[in-house]
Design a protein around this ligand. Structure first.
Ligand code: TLP
Length: 349
């Protein structure tokens, strides 16, 4: 029998565990548009508690969580400062412009990590004939920079100084639990300065669906009607929230294993002459590497890897991303490393 495919395209590919499926089958439900789903309410309260905030809102996706947070805190014609390789700017269908009517003002960085100095230089002067900066959007971990983590002091500094300038600060914390695991800190501590925090249940935490926005009660009260407007008012959503609760309680504690597997993969690949990668740069569960030193482009490389039962995604023409997660234990990651070694060796032969 052939071995199962090792799917490292994303940590979104994880399937619900038997415990999640049981919780889903047994979930107590009601109509969440009437605010009457007890499981959704429990998930929202628990998320708020974990993040040390007043309230939480369950949304169908990280994309909706980011957009609702932007809509709630900006007006059309204003600007949002964000990092050039960030998710809100590149992978959300330009929704901040198409729907919220705001203009992204992007800053390029090497590692995805913004700092106040760079942000400040992108803030518009307060003259009536210029678009005004309303918000800074930060991504932690930074996906396409390779899962990089914000030092807590840098995130705090951005929030403090942005607030002093009257700006809102949103955190796309799709993988904030990975950042917390890498830093050995609580999510509440590392997100305390942000006005709105979006985090995903359906990535490394392993739930099938869903994200939360956490923040003040006022923020959540503003986001709820926006969620409805965007078509995200769900009815007996407790069925999925139940899996989310299991993910929230059991997911964070095992992320260190994904990080160790990512580092293992990175070290194996960095040893190959055909791969450009510094394993020290891999801080969490995302490994991005350059296959061009071996004379390959990302698409050709990925096709060859697929033929050997290993999946990743292209980042650009030269670089490939592989993400470790619960459904790819060490043995699977070892197989992935061996397959990549074979592809690269054959290419450089
Ligand atoms: N990221 C996906 C793809 O869209 C790229 C992935 O495979 O990594 N913020 C960040 C930082 C994300 O990485 C993602 C998903 C989202 C937001 C959006 O979450 P969903 O997919 O739930 O809308």
């Amino acid at each position: 029998m052939s071995e199962p495919v090792v799917d490292l395209r994303s940590d979104t590919v994880t399937r619900p565990t038997p415990e999640m499926r049981r919780a889903m089958a047994e979930a107590e439900v009601g109509d969440d548009v009437f605010l009457e789903d007890p499981t959704v309410n429990r998930l929202q309260e628990r998320a708020a508690e974990i993040f040390g905030r007043e309230a939480g809102l369950f949304v169908p996706s990280g994309t909706m969580g980011n957009l609702a947070s932007i809509l709630a805190q900006t007006r059309p014609g204003q600007e949002v400062v964000c990092e050039a390789a960030g998710h809100v700017y590149n992978y959300e269908m330009a929704s901040m412009s198409a729907i919220a009517g705001v203009l992204p003002r992007v800053i390029e960085t090497e590692d995805g990590i913004l700092d106040w100095e760079r942000i400040e230089s992108a803030i518009r002067p307060p003259v009536y004939y210029r678009a005004q900066t309303a918000m800074v959007a930060v991504e932690n971990t930074h996906n396409m920079a390779g899962g990089t983590v914000y030092p807590v002091e840098v995130a705090d500094d951005i929030c403090d100084r942005a607030h002093a300038r009257g700006l809102r600060v949103h955190l796309d914390g799709a993988r904030i639990f990975n950042a917390a695991a890498a830093l050995g800190r609580d999510v509440a501590e590392i997100t305390r300065g942000f006005d709105s925090v979006q985090f995903c249940l359906s990535k490394g935490l392993g739930a099938p669906v869903g994200s939360l926005i956490v923040g003040s009660r006022d923020l959540v009260d503003r986001c709820r009607p926006i969620r409805k407007m965007l078509g995200g008012g769900m009815r007996q959503a407790g069925v999925v929230a139940a899996a989310g609760l299991v993910a929230l309680e059991t997911g964070p504690g095992r992320l260190a294993e994904d990080h160790a597997n990512a580092r293992f993969l990175a070290e194996r690949l960095a040893a190959l002459p055909g791969v450009g990668l510094d394993p020290e740069s891999v801080q969490t569960n995302i490994v991005i590497y350059d296959v061009s030193p071996g004379g390959l482009d990302a698409e050709t490389f990925l096709e060859e890897a697929r033929r050997r039962g290993v999946l990743g995604v292209p980042v650009d023409r030269r670089r490939v991303r592989m993400v470790t997660h619960r459904d790819a234990p060490r043995a699977a990651v070892e197989r992935a490393a061996s397959a990549v070694e074979e592809v690269v060796r054959e290419a450089v032969r």
